[in-house]
Structures are given as C-alpha cells and as structure tokens.
Design a protein around this ligand. Structure first.
Ligand code: ADP
Length: 424
C-alpha cells in the first residue's frame, strides 16, 4: 500500500464534516487512499494507507467527521469537495434506530422496521447502506430488504430479496457473499405484473418474520427496506401496501414533501414518517445509464468484477432434464380466460415454456423447488443462468453459469431480462 501511496495522484485535504465526491468515468478504475485522519465511504470506515478500488462508471463520497487527507489515483479522476452534506441528519436517524434496537433487546421484541422511499436518484440505496454500516459498526446485524427490482442490489435486477448483513459493506463489495434469500420477479419494474410483485413482497415479509422467530438474536437488529423510485399512481399504492405488509414502524421519505404529506395522512399514528433531505452529491442517471447499470450488475453476476479474471462456465442441458416456466399469462380479457378464472389469477399462473431460439440471451432463474408439486411462483431461487444457444434439433440448451458442472435443480423460470455481453 505504501508503494501505491507514492504513485502520482492528487491529494485532497478535507475539513471536518465535509465530503469528497468522486466520479470515476468510463476510462479506467481509480484508487482512493486515506493518508491521514479518519474518513468513511457511505458509512464504511477507510483504513489508513489501504487502497480502495473504485470501478469505472461509479461515484461515491468520502466523508470525514473530523478532517482527513485523501489521495486519488490517477490525478485526472473528477472529484470535488462539498461542505453541504445531510450527514448530521442521517446520523441522527441512525441514533434513533439504535435507541429502538436497545429497546427491542430490553423488551425482547422485533427491532425497528424502516423503509426508505422517494423518487429515483435521491440516494435511497445509499442511505440504506449508510444506516446498515453504522449499525454494523455498533455490532448490530440488521437485515437489508431490497424491493427495488430495477437495481437488483441483493441479487440481479428483476428480483427482490433479503440480505443478512454480517460485516460493513465496502464500496467495491458486490454483496454476493452475504447470506441472502432471493425471489424471482422477472422484470425491472413492478408495473409489469403488480399482483406477482405484491405476492412476492408478502412472501418475503413472511420469510423475514420466520427467520427472526428462529434466530431471536437477529430480530432485535431490525431491517432497512429499500424501494423502487416509482412513487406515483399504482407505484404509490404498491409502496403503501409493501409498508403495511412489512408492518413498518418508520418510513424515511427522501426529498419529496408531497409523498411525505400523503403518507402522514395515510398512516396517522401507525408509523412514524420522516422527511429527509437528499444529498447534493447523488448522481441523477439518465434512463440509458440506469439500463447500463442493470447490464453491468448482470455481467458482474456472471463474470465477477473487472479485476477478478473470472469467466463463467458454459454447459449443455438436455430439454428432457429441465423444465422451463414463465410466471403470468398474457393480459387476456376475462371473456378469453378459462371458465371461472379471474384476470388476477392469470398473473400468477405458471406457463410451460417450450425452448426455442428466441430464448437466446434471456436470463433463467434456477428455482430452489425440487418438483412442480411445490409452489414454484413463491419459492426462492438459488441462482441464474443465461441462455447462450438453443439447439432445437439436438434438443439441447446451452447456458452460461457462474458455477461449474450440472445445475443443482431442474426447474427454471424465464425472466424478461436479457444479457447480451456473451463471448463468441
Ligand atoms: P436511488 O437508490 O435513490 O436511486 P442511489 O442511492 O443509488 O439512488 O444513488 C445514486 C448514485 O449516486 C449512486 O451511484 C451513488 O453512489 C451516488 N451517490 C449517492 N450519494 C452520493 C454522494 N454524497 N456523493 C457522490 N455520489 C453519491
């Protein structure tokens, strides 16, 4: 690390309670080194002289409570210092949560259930990460619930899930090694199949309560729930339903007074609603940037990060050894549905998919279910493969998988999401 510290870079001296906002653009990765003082990235403390790698096309902020000196390599990386941060507000939120955890331990009850909501690009996931990291630094082990199917932080986009946090989350952390529970939804917006989305949210909430019931030491730590940025019309209804399903006791609304007001009226004394400021450092992403971030997330699932040198495995699956399903039928008018079936029922219907060329590039989730006697729709998934080729004559599906050998299970669920970055 000392050798890297002597490399040409740019040094920034930060006053107390300021942050250095760093934007690594597309050319190459960057390195951040703490030379003096104390600093943290989204709640994760930096270690002196230790290199922190930042991947290209990422942004972050190095915040210091008492002042520090930071070096960034290479010198050309875009960075600026800001003394206007909402960190004091955020740390107060953390302290209030900690008090509720102490109370939960005292009374032997479940810990705080907090939901972070707001439009896209206001720093929801970043605030979740900060609150989780601050909790871990006090020895707490909270659960992170991600309902944002657009980013797929816990797994890949198109899923929702729970992550049982057991160490601080670093800036380069892929979150793949934490114990997690993942449900496959299959699209990057809840609007595609609201009924399915809400069914899975409810299933996830049940699983969390069961997990806490079996592991009482975990339950006092509570959970932090991240949500989608869709806050109007049906999006609003989904958030309210999800909050009720998880029995949240606090909702943090980032940067939206109207939403704050609507929720105050809706929840009354049933939940505490807090309006929190957004950080000026949060990057607003264009639709295309968000799509790129999704593709990168899927690529990382199969290839690891750029520096890992990891390549996925490609193997063949006989059609006869697997079963592929899609959840939710086409939106048919009631008159076209089988007798007695309501349109909502079609939303959860399991439809058999016959493998054909059109599946190439599509993501398939590997269900944990052992047989179709189980409720496939509501069963967790254990991983993903990407369709690489379909040979209809030989009746063989070629897939890309992060792990070698045969598939551990044979039931696959088709996602709407595709992954194109496949080697030739
Ligand atoms: P949301 O979850 O609301 O869509 P995110 O938390 O994902 O928003 O933040 C959007 C982007 O802004 C992320 O890339 C994050 O790293 C970046 N970001 C958040 N806070 C800061 C900050 N204070 N300085 C620089 N970048 C930040």
């Amino acid at each position: 690390a000392r050798a890297v510290a002597s490399l040409p870079g740019k040094e920034y001296k930060l006053e107390a309670e300021t942050e250095l906002r760093i934007e690594v653009r597309s050319v190459s990765d960057a390195k951040v080194i703490l030379l003096q003082g104390k600093a943290e990235i989204f709640g994760c403390e930096l270690v002196s002289d230790k290199v922190v790698d930042m991947r290209k096309r990422t942004t972050c902020a190095v915040f210091t409570w008492h002042g520090c000196t930071i070096k960034i390599i290479p010198e050309s990386v875009y960075a600026y210092v800001s003394d206007k941060t909402p960190m004091q507000f955020y740390v107060n939120l953390h302290e209030a949560l900690e008090q509720r955890r102490c109370k939960a331990v005292e009374n032997n009850t479940d810990g705080p259930v907090t939901m972070v909501i707001g439009p896209t690009d206001v720093g929801k996931s970043t605030l979740c990460r900060l609150l989780l990291n601050y909790a871990v630094r006090l020895g707490r082990l909270p659960t992170f619930i991600d309902l944002d199917v657009g980013q797929g932080i816990v797994s890949i986009p198109g899923t929702i899930g729970a992550l049982h946090i057991n160490r601080t989350i670093t800036v380069s952390d892929g979150l793949d090694d934490y114990p997690s529970l993942v449900f496959h939804y299959g699209s990057n917006t809840p609007s595609t199949n609201v009924k399915l989305y809400m069914t899975l949210v409810s299933r996830l909430a049940d699983s969390l309560r069961k997990y806490w019931a079996n592991l009482p030491s975990r339950c006092h730590n509570g959970c932090i729930i991240n949500t989608c940025g869709w806050i109007t019309d049906v999006g609003y209804k989904i958030i309210v339903d999800a909050a009720e399903t998880f029995k949240v006791d606090q909702i943090i609304v980032l940067d939206n007074e109207r939403l704050y007001n609507d929720l105050m009226i809706h929840f009354g004394s049933n939940a505490e609603i807090v309006l929190a400021p957004k950080s000026g450092g949060v990057i607003e992403r264009a639709q295309s940037t968000r799509a790129n971030a999704r593709a990168l997330r899927i690529k990382t699932y199969f290839y690891g990060d750029d520096n890992s040198g990891y390549t996925p495995h490609v193997y063949e699956l006989a059609f006869s050894d697997i079963q592929i399903f899609k959840v939710g039928g086409p939106n048919l008018p009631t008159s076209c549905l089988p007798l007695g079936m309501k349109p909502e029922d079609a939303a959860l219907k399991l439809i058999n998919v016959v493998p054909e060329k059109s599946l190439i590039h599509r993501i398939l989730a590997v269900s944990a279910a052992l047989s179709t006697d189980e409720d496939i729709v509501q069963t967790a998934v254990i991983g993903f493969v990407c369709v690489y080729d379909v040979d209809v004559n030989r009746k063989i599906l070629k897939v890309l998988s992060p792990s070698p050998g045969a598939l551990p299970r044979h039931i696959l669920i088709l996602s709407d999401l595709s992954f194109y970055d496949i080697p030739s």
